[in-house]
Every structure is written in structure tokens, then in C-alpha cells.
Design a protein around this ligand. Sequence first.
Ligand SMILES: [Fe+2]
Length: 311
Amino acid sequence: MIIGSEKDVTKAVLSELERAPDPRFREVMSAFIRHLHDFAREVKLTEEEFQAAVGYVVALGRHTNEAHNEAVLMAGTLGFSALICLLNNGDRGQTETDANLLGPFWRADAPLTRNGGSIVRSPTPGPALFVNAFFHDAAGKPIEGAEVDIWQSSPEGFYENQDPTQSDMNLRGKFITDADGHISFRSVKPAGYPIPIDGPVGDLLRAQRRHNMRPAHLHFLTYKTGFKTLISQLYVPDDRYIANDVQFGVTRHLIGNYVRHDEARAPDVKPPWYSLEHTFVMEKGAARLPKPPISGKARGERPAIPHLEPA
Ligand SMILES: [Fe+2]
């Protein structure tokens, strides 16, 4: 089609999309093109702004490597990951859900660990945390034999993949639920952490005068045939940023009951220590694993990630 005016461009692209044999691809891409073109019309996007936008897309790729995924970080920072999660879980957004963001730090192949074991694999100072998690179906029946991946930041706010001073797979583990749908393990209380701001996500936050902190949390990914893979996080309620997560992940339902204990528990558990208990509900569905956002561990020095203070 020969273009006669700016309106013809949208028509031409949409008509080319009609060639696509996959109906879902046609639906998604047609809507995307309509909204993208209308967006440019609405804000009267200038050529300079368009070039800057292309530069940001290129920068997302340049800042992504085997130990860091800037595209996932950007999706979270725009609230897009939280929106997609809530649109697709809890009866399509109608009911409370245990589902939450995957985030950029899940690695496949965490070491299989026995129930009651520890995921502290190299010296990691900080208050001890004892976790009991239960997995049920929607009718309340325990789910036995589910594989549960756990990962978290250290009390210094670093995942092991970011931090060469932690051993490989420190604060990560895979557990199998018992006949009661139960797993338990020992760890350390996670800390909130700043997300990296040396790439386009940092530019976006600075332009809005936003901080770059996530409140402390523990990640769960639970896999069992016959159930939709459950990706979840349990947030620490007394974290300074609990109501203002840079990734918009905190839902009321997933504020965990981290309980502080000031009495001695065992010779190797100094007070204060913490306990955490939660029952997760898994929805029936296809058990699919997401693509791991990263595959390796950082080398060299531990990065110093600055904290942005909100205006
Ligand atoms: Fe995280």
C-alpha cells in the first residue's frame, strides 16, 4: 500500500498482519500496533524522543548478561510484571492469589536439600530464619511430591549470583514436599536490596526521583505435574519499603508472618531469630517452568550498588 497520510501507516501495518496464520499472534500484534501508533499520536512523539526510546531498547540488551537481566528489571520497574501476574492468577484477578513476580534472580538446578536442612552454604552473618511452608490444592488437600525452589538475598542484600564472596548456590535450595505438603528449612533473614541503576532502569528511576529498593523477601517456585507452577514471594512486614516496592510486587496476601523470637533456641541459634509459616494454594493447570532469567554467577569484585533516595 502506498502511504498517503500518517493514518495510512497504521492501516498498512495492520493489513500486513492479516497474513499471519497464527490467530493469537495476529490478535496480540494487531492490538500492539494500534496502541503503539496511537501512543505516538497522543504524545506527539518527536524524532529526538523516538531515537532516545530506541537507544533504551538497545541499552536493555547491552546491560543483560548471564548474571543480570535488565529487561526483566525494566518490566518490574514499570509495574508490567505485577500487572501480568495479577491478570493471569487468582481466577484472572478476581480472587486472592499466592502468585507473585519471578524476578531476575532465579537460577535452575539449585541443590536438592532434605527437609529441615539449611540453605546457608557459606558463612552468612545475620539472624537465623526457620521456615515452614505448606502446599495445598484449592480444596485444601496437601500436595505431596512437589518440587519447591527457594532463593533469597543475603542479610547484606546480595543474591549469590551478584556476589563473588558467597559460595555458588548460597541461599538457594530445592525441596520436595512430604505427605503433608510440607517443606521446612533453615536460612538467614533476608534483607531488602537496591536494584542495579547503572543501566536504563537507573535512568528511568532518576527521571522520576524514585528510590531503587525492594523490601526484603523470600522467593518460592513450586512445580508439580497437574498444577500451574506457582511462583511466589513472602515479604518481610517491618521492612522500610514494604509499602513502596520499586518493582510493585507486594500484595497484602503475601506479607509474611515473620515472627521474631528473643529466647535461645539452640546453642548455634543466637537470639533474635525468626520463624515464618505460610500455606500456599496451587491452582490446577499446566506445570511449566519459566525460562531462567540468569544462568551463572558473577565473577570479580562484588558490585557496589548505590541507593537512590526518593525526592
Ligand atoms: Fe528478589
